[in-house]
Write a protein that binds this ligand. Structure first.
Ligand code: ZN
Length: 842
C-alpha cells in the first residue's frame, strides 16, 4: 500500500469500495494477458501489482532492492486482510519457528497454533521461461478478489510471497527482443546475448556464493526477514517432452536433508498432479530429470536451511508464439523417462499438438493453487515440521562443534569473505579476541554450513543393477574452503566469543609505500584502483630486499599516493604491510588493457568473466567477432581473454550438432551469425606475434591449440564420456609458484574441472619458452578433492596450466574453469596474474 502508480491514484480517488475497483490484469494493461504473441513486460507487471496493492487490502508490494541494471525488484505479499495488518507478528513467529533455540515445547506449540504458513513463490528467474511472470498477475488478482469461502480459508492460513520475476532485467530484455522480432522469420527466437547482464541462466547457480544483486536481495528477504517454510520456484523446460514436472524429484536426493522436507515436497507435488489430472491436463510427470542433490539453485540452497523447496518445470512454447509438436517428435531420453511412453510416474502422456503461452500459464496456475491449498490444509503440520527440522539440525551437533576460520593464514582477505558470506546466508558467525571467525554448528543452518565446508562424495546411485550410475544434474562439488583457498578446521568452540562483523580491514598508509604479499585475489581490487590513480605501482619480479625487509617474488608495492587513492575508493582488500620505499629492483606495473571475447552464443562463461574482471577493477572491453576479425588488436590491447566457449562456437558461431540441445540450430539474425572465421583466427595470431598475450580458459584452449602451433596437446580431446568425465569437480594440482602467473600460490590448489581437458607438453625449440605451471599429481588417489570424476587416472601427471612465448607475445592455457561462476577465488590469481603478466617486460 504505497508507491501509487498513476492508475493506482485513480483508484484511490474513486469512492467505490476498494474491492469493486480492482481491475484484472487484462483490463489494467489494455490487452489480453496470456494471448498468443502477447507479453506483459516487467514494468507493466510491477505497475499492475502496485495497482493491486493500492486497490486491495489483501496485497502489499514489497521492494526487494535494485537489479543489476537498476530495475526495482518487487514481491507481492498476498494474504487475508487480517493477516496483512498483522505481518510483523507473522514474521516474528516464522523467525522463532525457524530458530527455536530456547523455546519451550509449550511455547513452541502455541506458536504453531498462532502462526501463518509463509509460502514463497518465485517466478521467471530464467527470463525466457516467461509464462510464470504473466501467470503471477492473474493469480494475484484472483487471490485479491475472490469472495468464496475456500479462497478466504486459504488466505487466512497462508501468507503468499509472490515474486513475479527473479530476473526483471532479463524479463524486459526478452519482451523487447520478442516484440522486435514479432512477425519476422526470427519471431520467438533465442536472444544472441545473456538474459541476465552477467550470468544468464547461471543466475540459478549463484545461491550459495551470492555474487549477484538479485540473489542477494532475495536471500536477505528469505533468511533475514520472512523465514518461509515452503518455497516453489517456477520454471519452464524444453518443448518435446512431458508438459509439467512436479516433485517428487529424481535421484539422487541428498540424504543429509531432513526427510520431512522430502515428505512435504512429495505431498504437495502429488496434490499438484491430482489437480492437474482432474482438470484434464495431460503430460504430468514426477521423478524426472531434476534431482535434489546440489545446493546452487534458488530453493535448493533452502533445503539445507530446513525449507521445503519445490520446483515446477512446464514445457515451453516459443515465448508467446504457439508451437505445434508432432507425436513423433515427443521424446523422453532423460532420467526418469527413457521412452516417451506411459509409466507409473507419467500415466497420461500428452499426445502432441498445439502448445501455447496460455497452456503454460494454465498448468502453472493449477499447480500454484494446489500448492496454496495444501499449505492451507497442512498449515499446522507444516509449521510444526519446520520447527522439528530446525531442532533436528541444531541437535545434529554438540554445542561445542564448530568451524574455525583462522584470521592468520595465507589469504586473510578470502578468509574474511568466507565468514561474511556465511553471515549473509543468515548463519550465526562469532569472533574470538584474536580475530578468528567461529561458526558454531549447533544452529538452525548448521547443516548448511557443514555442506558448504566439507568435501562432497557423490552418491553412486544406480537405477538398474549393473548399469551406469545416475549422473549429476549440475556440478558435483561446492566445498567453499577449497574453492576459496581458505583454511578452515573443525575445532571445539571456545568461550568468550563476540559477534563477527563483516568489515574490511582498516588500511593505514604509514610511510612512503605499502607492500601487498602475493597470492590473494583480493589484492587486485586495490592494485587496479591504485593503477588508475596518479601514484606509482611496482612489482617485484624476483625476491627482493629493501633495508631489513624481505619481499617474495610477486609482491606489489604502492607508493603513498597510489595507496591512498585505492583506500579512498573504499576498496576492500587484502591487508598490507608498510614499506619504507618501493625497492629499486621492482618493475613498474602498468594497468593491463584487457579485451574479452564475446560470442553471439550467449556464453555464460563470458558473462561471469566480465563480471569478475569488472568487480576486481580490470575494466575489460568486449570484443565481438566483427571487432576481432577487423584485426589491429595489439595497438589497443595487452591481453585478450577467450572464455570457456567450445571451439566450434568460436570458429563458426554454431555448436557441434550433438552438443546442441536443439537437434536443429535455428538461425540468428545475420548481424549475429558466424564466428571468428579465418580472419579472426589470423587476427588473434597476429596479435600474439606482435606482443599480445592470449589467455584461454577451458574449452577455448582447444581452439587455440588448433590455430597456433604449440608444443601442447589435449590428451582428453577425443575421450568419450565412458573414458573420462568430470561433471564439475574439485581436483588437486601441484603448482610451480616461481612464475609470474603463480606468484604467491600455495604448493597445491584445488581447481574446478568440468571438461575433458588435460595437457601433454613437449620441449619446444629455441624459438619458444614453455612453462608448465600446474600439474595433476602422479597418483590418481591424490587428484580428486571433492565431487566425482570418471577416469581420474587419465589425469595423472598431466598439465592443467601452461604458458608459452609466441613470437613477441605469450599464450596462457588454463585447462580448467579458473573463475567458474565467480565461485573459485583459489584460482582467480591464475587469471589476474596472466593479465598483469601481459604488460611485463620479458
Ligand atoms: Zn529454468
Amino acid at each position: 500500500m504505497r508507491l501509487p502508480s498513476v492508475a493506482a491514484i485513480a483508484l484511490f480517488l474513486s469512492t467505490v469500495p476498494a474491492v469493486a475497483a480492482v481491475q484484472s490484469p487484462s483490463e489494467f494493461l489494455g490487452f489480453t494477458v496470456g494471448a498468443d504473441r502477447t507479453l506483459a513486460d516487467y514494468r507493466q507487471i510491477k505497475a499492475y501489482l502496485q495497482a493491486l496493492d493500492a486497490a486491495s487490502e489483501r496485497v502489499v508490494v514489497q521492494d526487494l532492492g535494485k537489479t543489476t541494471l537498476g530495475e526495482d525488484m518487487v514481491m507481492a505479499v498476498v494474504s487475508s486482510e487480517e493477516n496483512i495488518k498483522n505481518l510483523p507478528r507473522i514474521k516474528e513467529v516464522a523467525r522463532r519457528l525457524a530458530d527455536p533455540r530456547g523455546l519451550s515445547d509449550a511455547d513452541a506449540e502455541k506458536l504453531v497454533g498462532e502462526g501463518r504458513l509463509v509460502l514463497l513463490v518465485t517466478c521467471n528467474i530464467h527470463a525466457s521461461e516467461i509464462g510464470a511472470s504473466q501467470m503471477a498477475m492473474e493469480w494475484a488478482h484472483a487471490l485479491a478478489t475472490a469472495q468464496d469461502a475456500e479462497t478466504r480459508r486459504r488466505l487466512e492460513r497462508v501468507v503468499v510471497l509472490l515474486v513475479p520475476s527473479l530476473n526483471p532485467d532479463g524479463q524486459i530484455m526478452e519482451t523487447e527482443w520478442y516484440r522486435k522480432q514479432l512477425g519476422t522469420r526470427y519471431e520467438g527466437s533465442r536472444m544472441p546475448w545473456l538474459y541476465h547482464h552477467y550470468v544468464g541462466h547461471d543466475n540459478n547457480r549463484d545461491w550459495f556464493m551470492l555474487t549477484q544483486k538479485e540473489t542477494r536481495a532475495l536471500t536477505r528477504a528469505v533468511y533475514h526477514e520472512w523465514f518461509p517454510q515452503v518455497w516453489l520456484d517456477e520454471h519452464q523446460m524444453g518443448a518435446n517432452g512431458p508438459r509439467i514436472f512436479v516433485p517428487p524429484y529424481a535421484e539422487p536426493v541428498d540424504t543429509d536433508i531432513h526427510p520431512l522436507v522430502w515428505r512435504e515436497v512429495n505431498l504437495i507435488g502429488s496434490q499438484m498432479a491430482l489437480r492437474l489430472e482432474q482438470a484434464q491436463k495431460s503430460g504430468v510427470i514426477y521423478g524426472f530429470s531434476y534431482d535434489a542433490y546440489w545446493p546452487g539453485g534458488t530453493k535448493n540452497t533452502a533445503w539445507w536451511k530446513n525449507v521445503s523447496g519445490l520446483l515446477t518445470e512446464v514445457a515451453s512454447a516459443r515465448l508467446a508464439t504457439p508451437i505445434r509438436i508432432a507425436p513423433g517428435e515427443l521424446s523422453g531420453g532423460r532420467k526418469g523417462l527413457v521412452e516417451y511412453e506411459p509409466q507409473t510416474n507419467f500415466p497420461n502422456p500428452w499426445p502432441g499438438g498445439l502448445w501455447r503461452l496460455r497452456d503454460i500459464m494454465d498448468y502453472e496456475r493449477i499447480a500454484s493453487d494446489a500448492l496454496l491449498e495444501t499449505c492451507a490444509d497442512r498449515r499446522e503440520d507444516f509449521l510444526r515440521d519446520a520447527l522439528v527440522r530446525a531442532r533436528t539440525a541444531i541437535g545434529t551437533f554438540r554445542p561445542t562443534d564448530a568451524y574455525r576460520i583462522p584470521s592468520r593464514q595465507r589469504d586473510t582477505a578470502s578468509a574474511l569473505r568466507l565468514a561474511a558470506l556465511m553471515q549473509e546466508h543468515g548463519v550465526e558467525v562469532k569472533r574470538s579476541a584474536d580475530g578468528d571467525a567461529w561458526i558454531p554448528l549447533a544452529q538452525p543452518y548448521g547443516r548448511f554450513v557443514q555442506e558448504m565446508f566439507e568435501r562432497q562424495d557423490y552418491p553412486e546411485v544406480k537405477l538398474v543393477s549393473g548399469r551406469d550410475i545416475v549422473r549429476p544434474y549440475d556440478v558435483s562439488a561446492w566445498s567453499l574452503p577449497l574453492m576459496m583457498g581458505v583454511e578452515t578446521e573443525r575445532a571445539p568452540l571456545p568461550a568468550g566469543l563476540s559477534d563477527f562483523k563483516a568489515e574490511a580491514p582498516r588500511l593505514d598508509v604509514p610511510g612512503g609505500a605499502v607492500a601487498l604479499a602475493p597470492g590473494s585475489p583480493e589484492n587486485a581490487r586495490l592494485v587496479n584502483a591504485a593503477l588508475r590513480s596518479t601514484g606509482r605501482v611496482a612489482i617485484a619480479r624476483e625476491a627482493t630486499a629493501s633495508g631489513a625487509q624481505q619481499w617474495p617474488a610477486g609482491t606489489v608495492f604502492l607508493d603513498a599516493t597510489a595507496a591512498r587513492a585505492a583506500v579512498a575508493k573504499g576498496v576492500p582488500g587484502q591487508t598490507w604491510s608498510a614499506a619504507s620505499e618501493i625497492p629499486a629492483a621492482a618493475e613498474k606495473l602498468a594497468a593491463p588493457r584487457v579485451g574479452l571475447y564475446k560470442p553471439w552464443a550467449a556464453s555464460m562463461d563470458e558473462g561471469w568473466t566480465r563480471f569478475l574482471l569488472e568487480q576486481y577493477g580490470f575494466e575489460p572491453k568486449t570484443l565481438d567477432n566483427k571487432t576481432i576479425r577487423a584485426g589491429s588488436l595489439s595497438a589497443a590491447f595487452d591481453a585478450i581473454v577467450l572464455p570457456d566457449v567450445p571451439k566450434e562456437v568460436i570458429a563458426s558461431g554454431k555448436p557441434r550438432r550433438e552438443e546442441s540441445e536443439m537437434r536443429y540450430f535455428a538461425d540468428l539474425p545475420p548481424e549475429y551469425a558466424g564466428g571468428l572465421d579465418k580472419e579472426g583466427a589470423s587476427a588473434l595470431k597476429q596479435f600474439v606475434e606482435a606482443g599480445g598475450t592470449l589467455v584461454a580458459f577451458s574449452a577455448a584452449c582447444d581452439y587455440v591449440l588448433d590455430e597456433l602451433n604449440l608444443p601442447v596437446r589435449n590428451v582428453l580431446g577425443r575421450a568419450r564420456a565412458e573414458e573420462f568425465s568430470a561433471p564439475g569437480s574439485l581436483l588437486r594440482v601441484d603448482v610451480d609458484a616461481s612464475h609470474p602467473l603463480t606468484y604467491g600460490l600455495p604448493p597445491s590448489v584445488a581447481l574446478f574441472q568440468d571438461k575433458a581437458i588435460a595437457f601433454d607438453t613437449a620441449l619446444p625449440g629455441a624459438e619458444m619458452e614453455r612453462w608448465v605451471l600446474a600439474t595433476y599429481p602422479a597418483a590418481q588417489r591424490d587428484i580428486l578433492l571433492s565431487g566425482w570424476v570418471n577416469g581420474v587416472d587419465r589425469l595423472e601427471k598431466r598439465a592443467a596450466a601452461v604458458a608459452t612465448t609466441y613470437g613477441k607475445g605469450k599464450v596462457v592455457l588454463l585447462g580448467f574453469r579458473p573463475q567458474h561462476r565467480a565461485q573459485t577465488p583459489a584460482t582467480f590469481p591464475f587469471v589476474f596474474n596472466a593479465l598483469y603478466w601481459s604488460t611485463a617486460k620479458r
